[in-house]
Design a protein around this ligand. Sequence first.
Ligand code: NDP
Ligand code: OXD
Length: 309
Amino acid sequence: MGAVLFCSNLDDPEEWRPPMTRLMPDLDLRVFPNFGNADEIDVAMVWRPPAEGLGQFKNLKAILSLGAGVDQLDLSKLPAGVPVARLVDDVLTTAMAEYCLLAALRYHRRVDLYERNSRLKKWEYHIPRPASQRTVGVLGLGVLGGATAEKLKMNGFKVVGWSRSPKQIAGVEGFSGADGIYRMAAKAEIVINLLPLTPDTRGILNKKLFDAMPQGSYLVNVGRGGHLNEEDLIPALDSGKLAGATLDVFQKEPLVTEHPFWGRGDILVTPHCASTGGADTAAPQVVENIRRARAGKPLMNQVDRAKGY
Ligand code: NDP
Ligand code: OXD
């Protein structure tokens, strides 16, 4: 029987140990850097791998991301041939759709403007528009983008979306392909990014995309900080091309105090809190993946290492 390595600078192993041990009583969970004999480790649960990599674990059968995203693992540096899985968690998915709905409603009902006006003691009335006259675009129609698109649709918005492969989601106008993103953006007054960060999507939230959006649109970035070309955002806001941005993820987290994104009335900064999975709800899939790895079976929620997500 092998041992499971737990390695994270963000997650508490003692939150994971009880729900995992309930499902796997003989679990041998070892917390980095006190893992004992490296040859006994056969599965690694990681947010970020140790600086020296995972190459020292010669008997590794699976690498399990402690997040939904895997870009923080740098797939190119992981031992070749070892399957990687990510978390897909209903609690995380629901929380993400909720955050995105909140961000869309805040702009749709002009609460961002009323927040600023209230600080200025300014009484300025704007006639509310029905959600059915507002189009929201979702970049990435996977687990989180798909659930977000559904939630927006249920709340009356017109929804358009963009994905790598064409998607059929009832009531959602789908776009794909390199020019599809700009055709989608042309329709969307609020664009929500839920793409994974890969070499193809890095910097995708840039001037070209903002220029394709209608004048006075809004951006919500809940994917990764690396999606946003940071130097393109402030000119787009200052010129009025964008009317506001909600940013949950940043190239460097926590966001440094001197960063120009802080303190602007048209940027809402949240601390990478859009959604998070829970050890209790995610433990069953992690334990199932440990069993599958040891039995030589394909993992649940396995990442395509060539695609990068
Ligand atoms: P999925 O893998 O389920 O979905 C990814 C979607 O993006 C798919 O629709 C995929 O297309 C599309 N996509 C990927 N690459 C491209 C491309 N080059 N061009 C067009 N579309 C592309 O991921 P999730 O929905 O589970 O998660 C998305 C991201 O959300 C995570 O990678 C993570 O970065 C972020 N996240 C942020 C959190 C936060 O708190 N801020 C919390 C959790 C996750 P196709 O369907 O064709 O494959
Ligand atoms: C994740 C995240 O990828 O929290 O799970 O960002």
